[in-house]
Design a protein around this ligand. Structure first.
Ligand code: ASP
Ligand code: MG
Length: 416
């Protein structure tokens, strides 16, 4: 007998039929004798609908009222799921975040979980009940309802699994696991059997939306076995594991996945003085405007003391950043002009195998060169190499790299 925390996302509880199907699935596990805590999101589209209602009334609502509002979506699904389970003869009880003792700080709309009380949940579980918990929400010291940020139900589930020392936290979603890359871009993408916490963190921060980043951090910190799997079809999904637990007898793949996004833009300050303090003079006013900078490249001055400085920001911040550079930075630094491009893509190879293998970057650059793709910027970390290329080459780059690094479906033995 095991203790599972099972989380079902918005699409998995998106209609009455689907809620009934989730109840059947949960009942199946319960009938096998397992103890089950279920965490649910709001029905798909519901949180956005509620946010839309708020904006029709007040364009600057207080975060406290926003939390009061958006937390209601999950309250609908917990009660409906508990009813569906009861209808199947399963003893089930639903709880809000506050009722189940999920205590957070008071940072409304992005609260952090501080502690979870588990005594009552454990007693209910021992009593044979299925516990249904509202994801995404908690309660602060003063008793205010808080929420954990968009996608926060994943974090509720992992945090509960950690607090209860569950055997596994299972995230049921509309895909059947974590893929080597987005199958919509590369039809040869395949599901990963396992992926390490760090790889998952890189992929999530690079734009893979399978899991909320915070939930992966939580799983890593508290060593929660975390599995992503489909709520619509049976299958083993993808297990997210600590790097130490990766089976060392198996030949480790060099690259586990390819992430990409087209939501950045790049800006270059040309012909800027190459003296101490320049980077902070360029980027200072930008961070003062709350604009986040991602990649940064500064060339060494080829001759003399002038150089170029290039960086990327979110596409949505492109115009604003350009304006700051033109109005504040250039006059102060006495730099030349600004060059910008918002038709770029960032393509990244992710894999812990890079730690022990040299030459990944060289191979990546060669593959791109063979396709005639020019690399505009490069950045690396211990387990990731990212390049910026022209947006129009993104799909070609992803497919070519997927094949070159042996990630294609047919290249690897399928699991039985
Ligand atoms: N319902 C919330 C959202 O849409 C939380 C979640 O789905 O995890 O962001
Ligand atoms: Mg989600």
């Amino acid at each position: 007998m095991a203790l599972y925390v099972q989380k079902f996302g918005g699409t998995s509880v998106g209609s009455v039929e689907r809620i009934k199907a989730v109840a059947e699935k949960v009942k199946g596990y319960r009938d096998q004798g397992h103890q089950i805590v279920v965490v649910v999101s709001a029905m798909s589209g519901e949180t956005n609908r509620l946010i839309g209602l708020a904006s029709e009334i007040n364009d600057d609502p207080t975060p406290r009222e926003m939390d009061m509002l958006v937390s209601t979506g999950e309250q609908v699904t917990i009660s409906l799921l508990a009813m569906a389970l009861q209808k199947l003869g399963v003893n089930a009880t639903s709880y809000t975040g506050a009722q189940v003792g999920i205590h957070t700080d008071s940072a409304h709309t992005k609260a952090r979980i501080q502690r979870i009380e588990t005594d009552e949940v454990r007693a209910d579980l021992a009593d044979g009940q299925v516990i249904v918990v509202a994801g995404f929400q908690g309660v602060d010291e003063e008793g205010n309802i808080t929420t954990l940020g968009r996608g926060g139900s994943d974090t509720t589930a992992v945090a509960l699994a950690a607090a209860l020392n569950a055997d596994e936290c299972q995230i049921y979603t509309d895909v059947d696991g974590v893929y080597t890359t987005d199958p919509r871009v590369c039809s040869r993408a395949r599901r990963l059997k396992t992926v390490t916490v760090e790889e998952m963190l890189e992929m999530a921060s690079l734009g893979s939306k399978v899991l909320q980043i915070r939930s992966v951090e939580f799983a890593g910190k508290y060593n929660v076995p975390l599995r992503v799997l489909s709520s619509f079809e049976d299958g083993p999904g993808t297990l997210i594991v600590a790097e130490e637990e990766v089976d060392t007898h198996m030949e480790e793949p060099l690259i586990s996945g390819i992430a990409f996004n087209t939501n950045e833009a790049k800006l270059t300050v040309l012909n800027t003085p190459d003296i101490p303090g320049v980077a902070s003079k360029i980027l200072g006013p930008i961070s003062d405007a709350n604009i986040e900078v991602d990649m940064i490249v500064q060339n060494v001055a080829p001759v003399g003391d002038r150089t170029d400085f290039t960086f990327t920001v979110a596409k949505g911040d492109y115009k604003k950043t350009r304006k700051i550079l033109e109005e504040q930075v250039i006059p102060e630094l006495g730099s030349g002009e600004i060059k910008g491009d918002d038709q770029i893509a960032k393509v990244s190879l992710v894999g812990v195998g890079m730690r022990s293998h040299a030459g990944v970057a060289t191979k990546m650059f060669r593959v791109l060169a063979d396709e005639g793709i020019n690399i505009r910027m490069v950045s690396t970390s211990e387990i990731k190499i990212s390049v910026v290329i022209d947006e129009k080459f993104m799909e070609l780059a992803v497919r070519a790299l997927h094949t070159a690094f042996g990630l294609d479906k047919d290249d690897v033995q399928q699991e039985g």
